[in-house]
Write a protein that binds this ligand. Structure first.
Ligand code: HAM
Length: 437
């Protein structure tokens, strides 16, 4: 029997790769002062039907539970975060900087970079309206990617603003622009434009009286506006985006990682202002990460009781893994981590069964000292035990046999062997391992 389509088995090397990714995610998020939190895997379906937008609702793994509740496996974390903030807002000093690493489920068509179960790092800043928070968040996204050995030659953050889109459309269409439902629909078509043929896009755009060619022309025209002084000065949303870039990212030396691109609008319904997505430079792969500002979501979930501005992003493990594998420096760095994860420090060779008790006593002491130690469960030929030691990439083998109360310590890299009295073993191993590390 196989795993379900879009679900993965994680064999030890896959798990080591996953742990490597999680370790970098956690390390960089903490470096930025984010604290870790988590929510439940199962939520009321309503949390998503109301807030996430049509696309994600079509992809829900949902069912009726034994208590007749409509429930869904979480497809994303943001609605849970908004629910938790709405309920616990008073308990925490704002702004909050929270991160989370967890598993998510979307019933998508399985394709390269998109599975039905994936992991995400979510980083969110809640309770801060200043674009300074947007800058901090984009910086953490860049630094997370850099921690894998990826550079500005490997990835780019494409940044845009939904509020600017709205204001540009108003200019194009006269004062009314589009009603909010219509605007949401238009943006969801634009979000998919790059991944589908124009014929399909044109069908979906027909009700707005525009074509894919028109929209691409708008995007090219708007991409220039950020460089025009007058446009920036006359447009609050564009000025905010400009500020985020020039006041909060330029001083950190991070502009090389960024491209203003109004082709990015994001598929999720709750974004209000700056939005961004991270892609591989050659745009071969799906998005590595995506996020933006969602200033209305907490308020909607608390029926207006709590107005909490928020900005966040999520990065998935699937596309990130693909990009790491395709980038030689990054994949070497990951391979090293995978190899180290499988390694042990010391293999205890039991050459004489009478010595098993003495060997086990040392196994225990060494493990108490945090060394990674293994030994054979039952009697085995000595040559076989050395083979196992090599397969486990042990650095040292310690042989308990006829020489007792002395033991033979063999350095498995150099092949050198030394007889040591068992009382001195601990100090000797500590010295040898620190020299060879
Ligand atoms: P999203 O763009 O839907 O945003 O997902 C974020 C990232 O998760 C994507 O860029 C992608 O790397 C990964 N991802 C999403 N779906 C799949 C899938 N089916 N298979 C593999 N990877 C996938 C959100 O989820 C927002 N809640 C992010 C956010 C946090 N916004 C504010 N705070």
């Amino acid at each position: 029997m196989q795993a379900l389509p879009g679900f993965r088995d994680f064999l030890p090397d896959d798990c080591a790769a996953r742990n490597y990714i999680f370790a970098r995610w956690r390390e960089v998020a903490r470096r930025y002062g984010f604290v870790e939190w988590d929510g439940p895997i199962l939520e009321p379906t309503e949390l998503y039907t109301k807030k996430s937008g049509a696309e994600i609702v079509d992809q829900l793994f949902n069912f009726t539970d034994k208590g007749e509740r409509e429930v869904a496996l979480r497809p994303e974390l943001t609605p849970t975060l908004a629910r938790v903030i709405a309920a616990h807002e008073r308990e925490f000093k704002k702004p909050l900087k929270w991160f989370s690493i967890g598993r998510f489920f979307r019933h998508e068509k399985q394709q390269r970079g998109r599975l039905r179960e994936h992991f995400q790092l979510n980083c969110d800043i809640v309770g801060e309206v200043s674009p300074s928070a947007d800058g901090e968040l984009i910086a953490v996204c860049i630094d997370v990617l850099r921690s894998f050995g990826l550079t500005a030659a490997d990835f780019v953050i494409r940044i845009s603003s939904r509020a600017a889109w709205e204001s540009f459309l108003q200019e194009k269409r006269g004062l009314q622009g589009y009603a909010s439902g219509q605007l949401q629909h238009l943006l969801s078509v634009v979000d998919k434009m790059e991944r589908q043929p124009d014929v399909k896009t044109n069908e979906q755009l027909a009700r707005f009286d525009v074509t894919a060619v028109d929209v691409r022309q708008w995007i090219a025209e708007w991409n220039q506006k950020i460089f025009e002084k007058n446009s920036v000065a006359g447009n609050t949303a564009l000025a905010l985006l400009h500020t985020t870039l020039h006041e909060y990212l330029l001083p950190r030396g991070l502009l090389d990682y960024i491209a203003v691109d109004f082709g990015i609008v994001r598929g999720l319904a709750y974004y209000t202002d700056v939005v961004f997505e991270a892609f591989d430079r050659s745009s071969k792969l799906r998005a590595l990460a995506g996020g933006g500002r969602y200033d209305g979501l907490v308020s909607q979930l608390s029926d207006g009781a709590s107005k909490m501005p928020a900005v966040g992003f999520a990065m998935g493990d699937v596309v990130l893994g693909e990009l790491i594998n395709e980038t030689s420096a990054a994949s070497e760095q990951m391979q090293k981590a995978i190899e180290t994860a499988g390694k042990i420090d010391i293999y205890i060779v039991i050459a004489k069964e009478e010595r098993r008790a003495d060997a086990l006593a040392h196994v225990q002491t060494l493990r108490d000292k945090d060394y990674r130690v293994d030994y054979p469960f039952t009697s085995e030929k000595v040559a076989r035990q050395f083979q196992t030691a090599e397969q486990l990439s042990a650095r040292l083998a310690v042989l308990f046999g006829d020489e007792w109360p002395q033991v033979a310590v063999k350095d498995l890299t150099t092949g050198e062997q030394q007889l040591i009295s068992n009382q001195e073993l601990l100090a000797y191993l500590a010295r040898s391992l620190s020299l060879s590390s």
